[in-house]
Design a protein around this ligand. Structure first.
Ligand code: MG
Length: 255
């Protein structure tokens, strides 16, 4: 990516939000599809589950729904194919089948480039946060095992913290509040970035007023993320990592 392209994206963001510049102090990372290569497991499980119940949900479409509640995804398909919502019982049994199938899939590995990027981010004095819709109880332990000495438990937003979830800006607004509480500094939107792989996640970051970096780690066209307002886009975490030094300069990262 060209430096001038990032500069133009930052200038556009700043003029839209009334800031002179970005001065990034914290980076809010989504988890599935950003830190872990876990979306293939979700997409496979959704596709096979819906097929089992007589519905059609192609794997690529599951990536479009990433971040939605299970009931939300099921009702979109139910309405499309039957013209009405699924019943509570149907939702419960479909979602249980999906969760059970998902649990049989191999453990998702760390996304290539993600640990290296996080190490660079932290070395620059930028604080990393995790902001995820996931509600796994072992999440912190798994993050610490895969990303040693990177994250802190007071700087995480999970399914247990939020009422609405993405695409609502709530999780990212909460991430900013947690960072303010921990750092005891008065920070604004231009002191943050969001890193997201999903259209609904990009929507949430943009709605929170934060400069949002899309990382297209799945099968969707770039426009699925750019059309939701992503400020810049990388095609992998490795590409983002390789470009970090240049990005950090434009984002006003202070050491
Ligand atoms: Mg994601």
């Amino acid at each position: 990516m060209e430096k001038s392209h990032i500069e133009a994206a930052v200038a556009k963001y700043c003029s839209a939000h009334g800031y002179d510049r970005l001065s990034v102090r914290a980076a809010m990372f989504d988890m599935d599809g950003v830190l872990f290569d876990s979306m293939k497991n979700h997409a496979y499980s959704w596709h096979e589950t819906m097929k089992h119940f007589g519905f059609d949900l192609p794997e690529w479409e599951a990536y479009m729904h990433e971040g939605r509640t299970g009931a939300g995804t099921i009702n979109i398909v139910s309405n499309r194919e039957r013209g009405h919502d699924a019943t509570e019982e149907e939702i419960a049994s479909i979602y249980k089948y999906k969760s059970d199938l998902f649990s049989t899939r191999p453990t998702a590995p760390r996304m290539p480039g993600s640990y290296e990027l996080l190490t660079k981010v932290k070395e620059c004095g930028v604080t990393p946060l995790v902001v995820t819709g996931s509600g796994q109880v072992t999440l912190l332990e798994r993050l610490n095992r895969n990303f040693p000495n990177i994250f802190c438990k007071d700087l995480m937003v999970t399914a247990f913290d939020v009422k609405y979830g993405k695409p609502n800006p709530e999780p990212y607004l909460m991430g900013m509040e947690k960072m303010k509480a921990v750092s005891k500094e008065s920070l604004s939107e231009n002191n943050f970035i969001v890193v997201e792989n999903a259209p609904l996640g990009v929507q949430a970051g943009v709605a929170a007023g934060v400069f949002t970096i899309a990382v297209n780690t799945g099968p969707l066209p770039d426009d699925a993320l750019l059309s939701q307002g992503a400020n810049i886009l990388f095609h992998s975490m490795q590409e983002f990592c390789d470009n970090w030094e240049m990005v950090a300069e434009v984002l006003g990262v202070v050491e």
